[in-house]
Design a protein around this ligand. Structure first.
Ligand code: NAI
Ligand code: NAD
Ligand code: ISE
Length: 335
């Protein structure tokens, strides 16, 4: 029998994940939807999940006996309450990033899952499933010698008015925070944020661009430009410099044209397309593990470490100082 999934949060990514579960992936079906905005829930139902039941609250959806697993795709500030409820109900839960918007919130989830005694949570850090990052990791692990530095950029064409300075960290940089720990098999020890001249395209409550400087336990230095009003497209860059050579994240596949004395290829503009294959793979991984009553992939511990690092980066934004990053011992469940 197909895994019966309930979705909480029927916005941009909730719609897209529900579509892929019902139309692209195997072994699961969306049977329930809940959203504080009833119109969004109804739109998801009519567009991609016609036989789903609408629930008034996320808590009621999680408690319903006909739901086997939960997808949390509501706003970041609401994730913690739903993930804790899913753990309490013993139901596998896929939670979009961030796991929680504070390190204490993420720690409460780690503690609840540890007390439950088995993995139930997968965090939506899809870059670990991306073919380009997997190829880069294989080269970093074996071909360029000890990694010394990483130069990276995370650029969005534009963002909405509601996007303010700290969101550059916990909404955007959080993908780099997670994927570089995995890429380098390392953890962070400090963070600093410096602000270049501000673009005239950013509104009053957003300092854009920003440069985040991270230092790892093994001494690797990472610089990430976060520029969310870059205008020209959605662009993710990553270069790892090792003792014997360097390696770049591949560009997304695109056709090169020669026309009117110009050599050109298109740049993507929407995050939905840049990692479209990895969203499919991460959710299939979730379905396969949830069918066995558990979870795999990026864990609550990874979500917690990302939250601790995010908090340090936001403090570094506010103070201009180099902020230390300290982690407690990793619980046995995540060894
Ligand atoms: P959105 O604003 O389009 O959708 C959020 C939906 O959640 C809305 O329909 C809203 O009404 C609903 N919602 C909010 N609070 C709720 C609550 N308490 N209960 C039920 N529904 C609630 O936002 P979007 O862009 O879909 O982002 C959602 C989450 O997905 C965020 O955590 C975001 O960080 C993450 N995300 C992840 C991406 C990735 O690449 N992994 C890309 C885009 C978003
Ligand atoms: P969105 O605003 O389009 O959708 C969020 C939806 O959640 C809305 O429909 C809203 O009404 C609903 N919602 C909010 N609070 C709720 C609650 N308490 N209960 C039920 N529904 C609630 O946002 P989005 O762009 O889809 O982002 C949603 C999440 O996905 C965020 O956590 C975001 O960080 C994450 N996200 C991840 C990626 C990625 O690449 N992994 C990309 C975009 C967004
Ligand atoms: C969004 O929530 C994402 O996760 C995208 O990947 C990121 O590029 C964007 O800045 C976020 O707002």
């Amino acid at each position: 029998m197909a895994l019966r999934i309930g979705v909480i949060g029927a916005g941009a990514i909730g719609q897209d994940h529900a579509r892929r579960i019902n139309q692209v992936l195997t072994g699961a079906h969306i049977v329930a939807v809940s959203d504080v905005n009833a119109g969004n829930a109804a739109a998801l139902q009519s567009e991609v999940a016609p036989d789903a039941t609408l629930f008034a609250t996320g808590e009621e959806l999680i408690a319903a006996p006909e739901i086997d697993a939960v997808l949390v795709t509501s706003w970041g500030t609401t994730h913690e309450q739903y993930v804790l409820a899913a753990i309490a109900a013993g139901k596998p839960c896929f939670c979009e990033k961030p796991l929680a918007t504070t390190a204490e919130g993420a720690r409460r989830i780690v503690e609840a899952e540890s007390a439950a005694g088995k993995r139930l949570v997968q965090v939506g850090f899809m870059r670990r499933y991306d073919e380009g990052y997997k190829m880069l990791k294989a080269v970093v692990d074996k071909e360029i010698g000890t990694p010394l530095m990483v130069h990276a950029a995370h650029r969005n064409a534009s963002v909405a008015e509601a996007y303010v300075t700290p969101m550059a960290i916990h909404d955007t940089l959080i993908h780099e925070i997670d994927v570089f720990r995995w890429l380098l098999d390392d953890d962070y020890v400090s963070a600093q944020v410096v602000f270049p001249r501000k673009t005239s395209h950013a509104h009053g409550k957003l300092r854009d661009p920003q440069i985040v400087l991270l230092e790892t336990a093994k001494g690797v230095r990472i610089d990430v430009e976060v520029f969310v009003n870059c205008r020209y497209g959605y662009d993710i860059q990553c270069q790892v410099v090792g003792e014997e050579g360097l390696a770049n994240l591949p560009e997304p596949m695109s056709i090169v044209t020669r026309k009117k004395a110009k050599l050109q290829n298109a740049i993507l503009t929407d995050w939905k397309h840049r990692f479209i294959d990895s969203y499919d793979v991460e959710l299939q991984d979730f379905i396969d593990a949830a069918a066995k009553g558990t979870a795999s992939g990026p864990s609550s511990w990874d979500g917690y470490v990302a939250a601790v690092t995010s908090d340090a980066c936001v403090k570094a934004q506010e103070t201009g100082e180099i902020v230390p990053i300290e982690l407690p011992a990793r619980p046995a469940l995540y060894a």
